[in-house]
Design a protein around this ligand. Structure first.
Ligand code: CDP
Ligand code: CDP
Length: 208
């Protein structure tokens, strides 16, 4: 049977980790889990009046609809429920089982290389300046027809960075053994190529 191989990809909002993760998963033929969707789904339920811990415990894979969970409101709610230790604990087993599936897995989030899969075979930390990240999000919103001000998007990015890096349980931080990819001045294709090269290096090092 095929062995598992886990690629952990962490980084702040709009650093490009989702784009990179999807491309890396396609390249290696691995399954991909966007773990932000778990927290967005719980955040969305909190906005609808549900207790976040109960929502996390009841969450199922079918609930992770990327389309409905893309909103800025769901993102802010996600970063609030993500600071609750019982919420994080309820989502742990699902993520670890996904990471160890046969045939390989890519998980992207904030704590994959540090907490969920500290033993991941390859770890990437994808980052970019807050201004570049806010500009990317702002362009996506405008393209989708939203009438949004850049300054509001930048304020949102700063607020979420602060909350994600400042919480005591599984804060966003770079794992010591991760490869850093700063995408501020990279095209999407360049960032993807850098990620694939880093994973190939990790594979060669373990003889995989
Ligand atoms: O998952 P995360 O929030 O980190 O970022 P994303 O959803 O992949 O969005 C990043 C956005 O920046 C997308 O619109 C990309 O097309 C764009 N972008 C990128 O990902 N990487 C670059 N090097 C340049 C632009
Ligand atoms: O796509 P973007 O980077 O904007 O956000 P996301 O990856 O969908 O994550 C939304 C929020 O969920 C983050 O701001 C974190 O607070 C939380 N999150 C987390 O705490 N741990 C993860 N592994 C993934 C997301």
């Amino acid at each position: 049977h095929r062995m598992s191989f886990t690629i952990a990809i962490d980084g702040p909002a709009a650093s490009g980790k989702g784009t990179i993760s999807r491309a890396v998963a396609r390249h290696f033929g691995f399954e991909h889990l966007d773990t932000g969707l778990l927290y967005r789904a719980v955040g969305q339920r909190m906005l609808e009046g549900m207790d976040p811990v109960e929502a996390a415990q009841a969450l199922r894979a079918e609930d992770l609809d990327p389309e409905t969970l893309r909103t800025a409101e769901a993102a802010q709610a996600a970063s609030k429920v993500a600071a609750i230790p019982d919420v994080r604990a309820a989502l742990l087993d699902f993520q670890r089982a996904f990471a160890r599936r046969a045939g390989g897995a890519v998980l992207d989030g904030r704590d994959i290389g540090t907490v969920i899969c500290p033993e991941a075979e390859a770890k990437l930390f994808v980052t970019a300046s807050a201004e570049v990240r806010a500009d990317r999000r702002w362009r996506e919103l405008v393209a989708a027809g939203f009438d949004t001000r850049f300054d509001d998007v930048l304020a949102d990015v700063h607020e979420r960075d602060r909350r994600d890096m400042g919480r005591s349980d599984a804060p966003l931080r770079e794992a010591e053994d991760s490869t850093r990819i700063d995408t501020s001045r990279l095209t999407v294709d360049e960032a993807i190529a850098a990620a694939i090269a880093a994973v190939n290096l990790a594979r060669a090092q373990i003889g995989g």
